[in-house]
Design a protein around this ligand. Structure first.
Ligand code: NAD
Ligand code: TYD
Length: 339
């Protein structure tokens, strides 16, 4: 089996590359990634040593590059992780989100149509469902929850999902979609909440919490997301969408305090800053379909996952120190100075 993994130099894609190389040692994995600020070749150093892994630098929205790769490699499966993924950046500059997340998806699927494919898998997000009220804990997102987006990021991901289903219905492309809740774990870029808090707290810097910190996210350890996608591409039914989540809802304040507790750092580092415009209140995934149909179960609860994650950041300072010392620092100053 030969699999193209797009966005494999990013957070979840790289974890998926390592998961697949370990679980399926006979598969060939080709990572297509154009190395945006979020892509990091250091992350793939170990994978590069494996003869079954190959890295190709290229943009999923560039038709010539994508078609050439398909011509050369004739993949069996495509798993499309490549995306612009940060909500705050999409509020600053939506354009690139539409290009990568929507046009990139179209180009990848056009190549699948031309060269033939056993499965095209779209890695989507629970954010396409919009948000839930904070006072209705009985409500969760199911696969039938209507799409109702809030940010340019989630709108671009929803646009891509609709296109994926259109290619299934119109052209018979063998597609699946997965919609996962917030991930955390190794190789998470330190602009997202959990790695931002870990890396700043270690340096005794203030920790920006948007609004009152009451917004709720449903957190899943990244390895559990990877095992779910592995199952969907092998056993999921074509044309179906699968929600992925592990019932780990926490307010942002609870998350920040859990990280501080694990690091032994004081809560006095917490600083409340102006809220994100259009900030989604609560996400909560109902994973009943993937659990019942494919027998998926997460292996980490939030407390276990946070322990492992904090340990990883402590043991891999070289990985994130390179990132925050460079271009990212300009980004931090732009987003948070005078906020
Ligand atoms: P990330 O930002 O860490 O990584 C994205 C990767 O895609 C980077 O390596 C980047 O270089 C690459 N990329 C960006 N534009 C590209 C382009 N035009 N061509 C080729 N490569 C390109 O993102 P992530 O957090 O790993 O998310 C991966 C996927 O999972 C995304 O589709 C995202 O929407 C989805 N998702 C993320 C989460 C989460 O909590 N992070 C949750 C659910 C779903
Ligand atoms: P984030 O990691 O950006 O993921 P998403 O917006 O896709 O859920 O943010 C997670 C939550 O943390 C979200 O409610 C926004 C909040 N947040 C902060 O309070 N402070 C921060 O500095 C960041 C980056 C996020």
């Amino acid at each position: 089996m030969k699999i193209i993994v797009t966005g494999g130099a990013g957070f979840i894609g790289s974890n998926f590359v390592y998961h697949m190389l370990e679980k399926h040692p006979d598969y060939k994995i080709i990572c297509l990634d154009n190395l945006t600020y979020a892509g990091n070749l250091h992350t793939l150093e170990e994978a590069m040593k494996n003869p079954n892994f190959k890295f190709v630098k290229g943009d999923i929205s560039e038709r010539d590059c994508v078609f050439k790769l398909f011509e050369d490699e004739k993949p069996d499966v495509v798993v499309n992780f490549a995306a612009e993924s940060h909500v705050d950046r999409s509020i600053e500059d939506p354009g690139i989100f539409l290009n990568t997340n929507i046009i990139g998806t179209q180009v990848m699927m056009d190549a699948c149509r031309k060269y033939g494919i056993k499965r095209y898998h779209q890695v989507s997000t629970d954010e396409v469902y919009g948000d839930l009220p904070l006072d209705r804990l009985d409500l969760m997102f199911t696969e039938d929850t209507p799409i109702h987006t809030s940010s340019p990021y989630s709108a671009s991901k929803a646009g891509a999902d609709l296109l994926v289903m259109a290619y299934y219905r119109t052209f018979g492309l063998p597609v699946t979609i997965s919609r996962c809740s917030n991930n955390y774990g190794p190789y998470h870029f330190p602009e997202k909440l959990i790695p931002l808090i870990i890396t700043r707290a270690l340096d005794n810097q203030n920790l920006p919490v948007y609004g009152t910190g009451a917004n709720v996210r449903d957190w899943l350890y990244v390895g559990d997301h990877c095992s779910a996608i592995d199952l969907v591409i092998h056993k999921g039914r074509v044309g179906e969408t699968y929600n992925i989540g592990g019932h780990n809802e926490r307010t942002n304040l609870e998350v920040v305090k859990a990280v501080l507790h694990e690091l032994g750092k004081p809560e006095s580092l917490i600083t409340y800053v102006t809220d994100r415009p259009g900030h989604d209140r609560r996400y909560a995934i109902d994973p009943a379909k993937i659990e019942k149909e494919l027998g998926w179960q997460p292996t980490y609860n939030f407390e276990q996952g946070i322990k492992v994650t904090v340990k990883w950041y402590l043991e891999n300072k070289g990985w994130w120190e390179k990132i925050i010392s460079g271009e990212y620092q300009n980004y931090y100053d732009k987003m948070y100075t005078n906020r």
